[in-house]
Structure formats: structure tokens, C-alpha cells
Design a protein around this ligand. Structure first.
Ligand SMILES: C[S@@+](CC[C@H](N)C(=O)[O-])C[C@H]1O[C@@H](n2cnc3c(N)ncnc32)[C@H](O)[C@@H]1O
Length: 151
């Protein structure tokens, strides 16, 4: 069972790292709880996922997030986004916006630590400065933060 504090903790990290990012795409956001936490912090958030059951007030795009999604965001994020993790990084690269992800499972059966290394490498290859942070919670708590390198 994932830690229930994960949304508030991740929202706080996002707000601290990206104070100027107003429009946020929350990819694979489940019921929209990260959306609620970020909205409380003054962000305009769109959650992409396929859940019918969700928080009633969130802006929700009920569809699979793909690289073809038009970009109306300053930042793209994902909490335990499963098969969407790599897409988040590739999407951020395509639009030269920063990203923050808290990866859990890989999309190809890769164990967690190699998966984390792979994602960090993917980010560097796509032109991001990569940092890692950790949320103060149980379970998959490592965050990969990517900021486009200038030039
Ligand atoms: C482990 S759940 C995490 C949900 C939520 N972020 C949380 O922490 O509770 C993974 C979610 O990823 C969603 N997902 C996977 N690939 C996706 C994609 N390409 N676009 C949108 N949602 C996706 C699934 O529908 C599922 O809700």
C-alpha cells in the first residue's frame, strides 16, 4: 500500500523546486489527489488518467497521456506513474519543460534500481540536468527532477 502522505509531500517538493511553474500536467494522476494538493498551493493542474472515480473538483483529462498531447504546461509531473514514466521524460524533452517523477514499477520488468538509473540517464541524454530527491515517506520515495540544460 503506497504511503497516503505522498501527494502532499510531492506537491511541497514541486512547489519548492519550481516556484514559477504555474501550469502543471499531472500524468497518471489516478483519482486526482496530487492535483488537489498542488491546486491548494496555487497551481493550475490538469490530471491525465483513465479513472471514472475521482475527486469531483479537479480538472481531469480522462485519457491516456501520449507524446501527441498539446503542451499547455510549464512543468510535467508524475507520482508512481507506472507505464507513463518514460513518456513524462520524453514529453518534457519534446517541449523543453522541466519534469519531476516519483517512479515505481518499470514498463519492461526492469528492477527498481536499474530502472532509476535508466531514467536518470534518459533524462541526461535528452538534455536535462538531473537531480535526485527523496520524499519523507514509506515505499517508492525517490524523485527524479529534470531541468532543461541551456543551449
Ligand atoms: C500506480 S497508479 C498511481 C496513481 C496515482 N498517481 C497514485 O499515486 O495513486 C498508476 C496509474 O498510471 C495510470 N497510467 C499509466 N499509463 C498512463 C498513461 N499513458 N496516461 C495516463 N495514465 C496512465 C494508470 O491508469 C494508473 O492510474
Amino acid at each position: 500500500m503506497a504511503d497516503k502522505r505522498r501527494f502532499e509531500l510531492f506537491a511541497a517538493l514541486i512547489a519548492e523546486r519550481f516556484p514559477a511553474a504555474h501550469r502543471v500536467f499531472d500524468v497518471a494522476g489516478g483519482m486526482g489527489k496530487l492535483n488537489l494538493a498542488l491546486t491548494k498551493l496555487g497551481r493550475e493542474v490538469t490530471t491525465f488518467d483513465l479513472r471514472h472515480k475521482r475527486a469531483p473538483t479537479v480538472r481531469y483529462a480522462e485519457r491516456r497521456f501520449t507524446l501527441e498531447e498539446p503542451c499547455a504546461a510549464d512543468l510535467v509531473v508524475g507520482m508512481h506513474p507506472d507505464g507513463a514514466t518514460r513518456i513524462i521524460i520524453e514529453y518534457a524533452a519534446k517541449h523543453r519543460i522541466p519534469f519531476a517523477v516519483v517512479p515505481c514499477c518499470s514498463d519492461n520488468g526492469m528492477p527498481y534500481n536499474p530502472w532509476m538509473r535508466h531514467l536518470a540517464e534518459l533524462g541526461r541524454d535528452r538534455g536535462f540536468g538531473i537531480e535526485e530527491a527523496r520524499l519523507a515517506m514509506e515505499g517508492r520515495a525517490r524523485v527524479i527532477v529534470g531541468v532543461p540544460r541551456p543551449g
